[in-house]
Design a protein around this ligand. Structure first.
Ligand code: ZN
Length: 360
């Protein structure tokens, strides 16, 4: 935790702020260890304060020993008092997390305590960029989350039969994720069969699954705060020609990206590795989402791995590689693994089986 605070402090100086108000829950957890659902951190070059309410005081003291815990009351009165004590003049805040309403409340609280000279300065991705590079302990925890989803998929996939509904299969997957040790699923499980698989974020329905249809499963486990994300596409019975062709193109695109992604590329470069394969096969228009996204304390986090992502991929970053092709009226294929950049290259963490080749 101290190393994380030191890295953040170096960034504060560069941003020209003398403190950062951390309000995003994953960032609060990452920097302090505190997992409660309410609270704010204020971090200066010398001090680290965790302000939270009555419900969390004891938990905060136990989980965040490097922080001074301050109890807040209703309203924002604690805020100017604390800034005054800490002699903060230029306070950075997390612009992706602070709402317009909270911003107004903070300004009002400063005004009411005659501290209108304190400036609130928007910052972007300061902690998110630190979070994107995982230390060995984080990687071990994330690997457990990946492993739980892999094992749940292995347990349930062979039991899927024609006539079962998408919703039933989703529930069995979620149950397996919990039974295998996850505290929760990391997002609502997607089971999308037939034409529903053409919708990348379909919500499981009561529609029965039929033979010969593509079935996209997208699932994840939450383990000690870390999220996994896994997609596989199956077919019961005999796949049609479209399935064979599309599956092989998507798998080829995914394996190409895994084999050739390198440290130092941008997220956009990485996206292009798979996109080129799909475009050359004539399905460019049918791959309408990004190749992937960072994954860790949040299921979607920095770095973006898409056509417009300028983030540089660095050693220790963990992200997904998940190309897909979606054909309206027929369905879709998506295959997704979590990878970590190690020695400049991708190492695949996901171990759930995927067919090496359907056609041929
Ligand atoms: Zn994903």
């Amino acid at each position: 935790m101290m190393a994380r605070l030191d890295s953040l402090r170096a960034r504060l100086e560069k941003e020209g702020v003398d403190a950062l108000l951390v309000s995003a829950p994953e960032n609060r957890h990452y920097l302090s260890g505190f997992t409660g659902s309410a609270g704010s951190l204020i971090i200066t070059s010398r001090e680290a304060v965790l302000a939270t309410d009555f419900r969390y005081i004891e938990q905060a003291g136990q989980q965040a020993p490097d922080f001074r815990v301050v109890r807040t009351a209703t309203g924002q009165g604690w805020f100017p008092t604390l800034l005054g004590e800490m002699a903060v003049r230029r306070l950075g805040f997390e612009s992706q997390n602070v709402t317009v309403a909270l911003h107004q409340d903070l300004l009002k609280a400063l005004k009411e305590s005659n501290q209108s000279d304190v400036s609130l300065i928007p910052t972007s991705n300061l902690v998110e960029e630190l979070r994107s590079v995982k230390d060995p302990q984080e990687l071990a925890t994330l690997s457990r989350a990946v492993d739980i989803a892999d094992r749940a998929f292995r347990r349930v996939a062979p039991t899927i039969r024609a006539g079962q509904t998408e919703r039933e299969v989703a529930w069995r997957l979620e149950k397996a994720v919990r039974e295998l040790g996850a505290e929760a699923v990391s997002f609502d499980t997607i089971v999308a069969a037939g034409p529903n698989a053409a919708l990348p974020h379909h919500h499981p329905s009561d529609q029965p699954i039929r033979e010969g249809q593509p079935i996209i499963i997208d699932m994840g486990a939450l383990y000690q705060g870390y999220c996994s994300d896994l997609s596989r596409t199956l077919c019961l019975g005999e796949p049609d020609d479209t399935f064979r062709r599309v599956y092989d193109i998507v798998l080829g695109a995914q394996l190409t990206a895994i084999a050739t992604v390198q440290q130092g590329m941008t997220g956009s470069d990485a996206d292009g590795l798979a996109r080129t394969v799909i475009e050359e096969a004539g399905y460019g228009e049918s791959f309408g989402h990004s190749l992937g996204h960072g994954v860790g304390l949040a299921v979607h986090e920095h770095p973006g791995v898409g056509p417009n992502s300028t983030a540089t991929l660095e050693e220790g970053m963990t992200f997904t590689i998940e190309p897909g092709i979606y054909l309206s009226g027929w369905g879709g294929v998506r295959i997704e693994d979590v990878v970590v950049l190690e020695n400049g290259r991708a190492r695949v963490l996901s171990k759930a089986p995927k067919r090496e080749r359907v056609g041929g």
